[in-house]
Design a protein around this ligand. Structure first.
Ligand SMILES: *Cc1c(COP(=O)(O)O)cnc(C)c1O
Length: 382
């Protein structure tokens, strides 16, 4: 029997997570109960954000965050093409146009100069993506956002637990979104959150996740009686269940341990793979600590990427590519986005391979992955 395939990412669920979920299943509230409120307080404590609004996916969090930032028809939203499609899709949901700015090839993060060059009178927001878990260059982006009067949003789906110049992810942008998909830092099965220090954005997000309906007396436009609630905006059902929220709180207690283990694995790869011919190891940035959602190696000769990828698969690794540039998807091509738009992102993407990294990887598996990458590199790239 060959060893089972080691996936690029995997959740870590312990008995205490299962117990936390079971307690909710035996309680009075399956949704919109005390576990949701508790998970939001836990997220505020963990990130330092003034408000956390949990929703039922990272994509819902993006949609909610963009709507809270006032993005609407005719607006432009500048973002990175090196991301999951949802980052750009959420602008389309609101009738806005995604504008792709090229990346910094060293880190995979959006390039500040490219962002500045892409700003037009229609630009409402810029969305940084903390690629692979490394925070984008927020000080520079913040300066541009302030000077040009646009909103700064962080897609931190990869970076919960990371720091930028000693500051935690969650307080680096006007609004930050998280994803709790199983491959992310912590999981609720499906889930996400909107983090912000802005009271009005938080109120908007709380209403948007539940049809735009408001109940808090201070927010009502009319006072009709104790039964009264108002729909003040067109919202959605983006509510996270208490079942999921309890799992999230239980997972969040282990975040520091999870991130520490990811950092340990990244350091082990850095050491073991430094001599492999024909590959570039992930970049770092002075002052930032990545949460290591992904460990992305790049082949120097992009024309060998497919062979290298298939060799890694043959050695039992569940490798992936993060990501093909968003605008290369046929849907975006049909909207008129053409190849060549962001050459650095295209080059990065064409060379990238994500190898396994997640907290439950054993030391023996880290060695197995390192050996497979070394072997594939020697076979294909030297
Ligand atoms: C996972 C992810 C999302 C979407 O999150 P879901 O919870 O899967 O909806 C958005 N942006 C990035 C960068 C992601 O990795």
């Amino acid at each position: 029997m060959p060893d089972p395939v080691i996936p690029y990412g995997h959740q870590s669920i312990d008995d205490d997570d299962i117990e936390a979920v079971a307690r909710v299943l035996r309680s009075d509230y399956l949704t919109t109960g005390p576990a949701v409120a508790a998970s939001e307080e836990d997220l505020q404590r963990a990130t330092g954000a003034r408000h956390a609004v949990v929703v039922n996916s990272g994509t819902a969090a993006l949609h909610t965050a963009y709507a809270a930032a006032g993005i609407g028809p005719g607006d432009e939203v500048i973002t990175s093409p090196l991301t999951f499609a949802a980052t750009a899709n959420a602008a389309l949901f609101l009738g806005a146009r995604p504008v792709f700015a090229d990346i910094d090839s060293a880190t995979g993060a959006i390039d500040s100069a490219a962002v500045e060059a892409a700003i037009t009178p229609q630009t409402r927001a810029m969305v940084a993506v903390d690629y692979a878990g490394l925070p984008a260059d927020y000080d520079t982006l913040r300066e541009i956002a302030t000077r040009r009067g646009i909103r700064l949003i962080a897609d931190a789906a990869h970076s919960l637990g990371a720091t930028y110049n000693g500051r935690r992810v969650g307080g680096l942008a006007d609004i930050t979104i998280l994803s709790f998909h199983p491959v992310k830092a912590i999981t609720t099965g499906e889930g996400g959150a909107v983090l912000t220090d802005d009271d009005a954005a938080a109120d908007f997000a709380r209403a948007f996740r539940t049809h735009g309906i408001v109940r808090a007396p201070a927010l009502l436009r009319r006072q009709e009686g104790p039964w009264h609630q108002e729909m003040q905006a067109l919202g959605h059902n983006y509510r996270l269940t208490d079942i999921q929220a309890a799992l999230g709180s239980s997972q969040l207690r282990k975040l520091d341990r999870f991130v520490a283990r990811r950092r340990e694995i990244a350091a082990a790869y850095d050491k073991a793979l430094s001599g492999v011919p024909g590959i570039i190891l992930p970049g770092r940035r002075e002052g930032s600590e990545s949460a290591w959602h992904l460990y992305v190696v790049r082949v120097l000769d992009g024309s060998r990427r497919r062979e290298f990828f298939e060799a890694l698969q043959a050695h039992g690794l569940g490798v992936q590519v993060h990501y093909e540039p968003v605008y290369r998807h046929p849907y975006y091509e049909d909207l008129g986005y053409a190849g060549g738009l962001c050459p650095r992102a295209e080059g990065f993407s064409a060379a990238a391979v994500s190898i396994p990294i997640y907290p439950a990887l054993t030391d023996a598996q880290v060695v197995r992955v390192s050996e497979a990458v070394t072997l594939a590199g020697r076979e294909v790239l030297s």
